[in-house]
Each structure stands twice: as structure tokens, then as C-alpha cells.
Design a protein around this ligand. Sequence first.
Ligand code: PRE
Length: 420
Amino acid sequence: MQSLTPPSSSSYNLNKPVIRTRNRQQPSRILCMYRSDSVHFSNGIGLSRADWQSSCAILSSKVVSQEQSSDKSADHVAAVNGHKTSIDLNLVPIDQANNKPQPTPSQKPLTITDLSPAPMHGSQLRVAYQGVPGAYSEAAAGKAYPNCEAIPCDQFEVAFQAVELWIADRAVLPVENSLGGSIHRNYDLLLRHRLHIVGEVQLPVHHCLLALPGVRKEYLSRVISHPQALAQCELTLTKLGLNVAREAVDDTAGAAEYIAANNLRDTAAIASARAAELYGMQILADGIQDDSSNVTRFVMLAREPIIPRTDRPFKTSIVFAHDKGTSVLFKVLSAFAFRNISLTKIESRPHRNRPIRLVDDANVGTAKHFEYMFYVDFEASMADVRAQNALAEVQEFTSFLRVLGSYPMDMTPWCPSRGD
Ligand SMILES: O=C(O)C(=O)C[C@]1(C(=O)O)C=C[C@@H](O)C=C1
């Protein structure tokens, strides 16, 4: 199993080990664990657990929406995520009249525990996040799962692996910020890993400028923080007269920890008030984000998808591509527009497997088109027939389609960050 080690040279003992990539000393053992897990959960039809999980959200609801249709269409549906199988995917029967999932005689009615399975090891949910204690991601983990055990990881990738290897039950990862935009790394990782989005939280982000006790603004020659935090405070730093070097580090709280551990009196960090408290820093300026309504959206990831519902607002996240390029985009978006399904987010990322498509024309030469993966979030549950029909249509237009998750929207009342 992946080993846990205490944080680097920090003199602060927070009793919270950070999972670090450099301690992945036994890849073969990790691989074995994963394989045996797949075998153990295999459903006897040749699909691994991971395959089954990634297929089930879209496949189950689509098959159910076409309950009366032929075997041929079931095969067709089962190819949506690239898995050709005759598996019975009739997992979430839909009452078409009420547009609600219905229990069948062989199924127990759903309870709240079905929607958010309890951890197998005890009552406290273990939630992996990137950063060290005091990071905003830790606060997001606490908002998503009050009373959870937050597990710090030194990289996003490690947070994904912590869940895959059963070290954690969930990962909480930032995907976009209202000022800084998308956190692209996490979009790429969502595709590379087989975890499911099971929820979202939006966290007001209130940045502070932190320095060692006694340090004044005039002494500073640099400010360090997470690149997103530096971007979110760019104008305010200038307004404060801080024309100092800005340097990116892995996370906001880690910046504060680093300054404290190395007694750096010429360096300030952009981080939370909680980080100031944890690492014995003073707050030189409070609320330094360029916009008072600065919000970061985080998604929660799990090994299992949740069962989509229609009795509360849900969002669904998908990723798709087409081997004929971007011309498909308009058609895909129209599938949602015709059904009055609002999109809340669209993002494109390079198609890593095939980044460039060459189109040769003997007369004029060779066009080099960049290829993309498109990520779309829309406001509907996969248990909603409108979403099922929209995705059935999207499937016709795309060569790759994966549902990343269908999950409750964060509807907590707007509560701007402290001091605004
Ligand atoms: O560094 C942190 O404290 C984080 O949690 C990371 C992160 C990010 O990746 O965007 C999260 C929220 C803020 O937007 C700034 C940084």
C-alpha cells in the first residue's frame, strides 16, 4: 500500500501525514491490488469493475428509457462508452409518466445510504484533497462532508490514486474558479482515471496576505502562492503597492507553511486565515481577491457513481470527442438546446491520443487541425428522460462519449466570503 510520510521540513506537527508521490515505491504491488480488486468484483461477463462503473450511469438510464426497444438498440447503447457487451444494464427503471426512478419487485426502495454509500471501514469518511491543512481544498472537503477525515495529498494525481487504492473514500478537487477559470489539470485527470463525480461544492474563497509576525509590507521582496490564488489577487497586490516577484507553489497553505518553516522574512504568502492560524503567521491584508464574490467550484469523486434522482436539482458532466473534429460541436449543443436543458459549463482540452488531424488537399497543401475533448456540464439528472434522449442523440454525433457523473447541484444559499 502507498506509504504515508509526515510533511517535509515543517516544524509544525499537525498530526496529518501528507500522501506524497515520491513515496510510491511499490508500483507492482499497487497494480496487483488493483487487479485483484477488479477480479473480485467482476460480474462474470468479462467486464472489470472499472469498466462497469464507467458505463453504468449513462448505459443504465439509456437502456431503461428504451425499455421496449429491440436487442439491437441495447447493443447500440452498450457501445456508448466504447464497451461492446450484452450486459443487462437495466439498473434504474424509470417511471416515464412521473419521470422518476421506480423500484422493481426485486429491488429494495432506495434509501439515503444508497445514494451516498457509507465507508466500509467505519463511520468517518476519508476525503483526499491536494494541499496541506489550511488549503481551500481542505475547507471544501469539510463543506462537502462535515466531520470527514481530510487526507492531504501533495498532487491532484495522488488524490485520485488515494481513492482508487481505497486509501480514501472520496477525493475533492477544484475544477474552476470564478476569476481564474478552469483548473485544466483536473479535467485531464478526470478523463485519465475511472472515478465518478458524485457531487459538487462551491466555496467562497477569501484570500489573505500572510507574513511572519513583525514583518511589514515594505520588507517584502516576493509573494508566493498557488498559481490560481496569485491570479485571483493580481490587481489587488499591485494596488497594495506590492511590486514584488510572484512565485507559484503547489498550494496556498503550503506557501504559508514553507515561509514559517524557513523563517523567510522577505516573503509573503496568499492563503486562508486558517493557514495563518495553523502556521503562526500574521495577516497583513485581508480579503485581497480581486472580486469579493470569488468562488471556486470543487467536485467530489468516488469509485462508485451515485444513482441519479429527479426530486432535486442535478447536474450531469460528460466528455466527448469526434474523429471528424470540431464540426460536431454545434450538433451536440443543439441536442440540449432543443430540450431546454441549460449548459452550465463547456471546456475543451487537447485530444491527447490524437492532438492533430491532417487534411490533405493536393492543390492547396495540408491543413493541420487541432483535436479536442469537449467537457460539458448540463442542468439535468440522468434519471430525467430529457437528458437520456439528449445523450442518445449526442451519441449519434460523437465517436467517444463518457458520463463523468450525475450528481446533486450545490444549492447552498449565496454567502459571500467573510468580510465582504
Ligand atoms: O491551494 C489551495 O489552497 C487550493 O485548495 C487550490 C486552489 C485551486 O486549485 O484553485 C483552490 C481554491 C483557490 O481557488 C485557490 C487554489
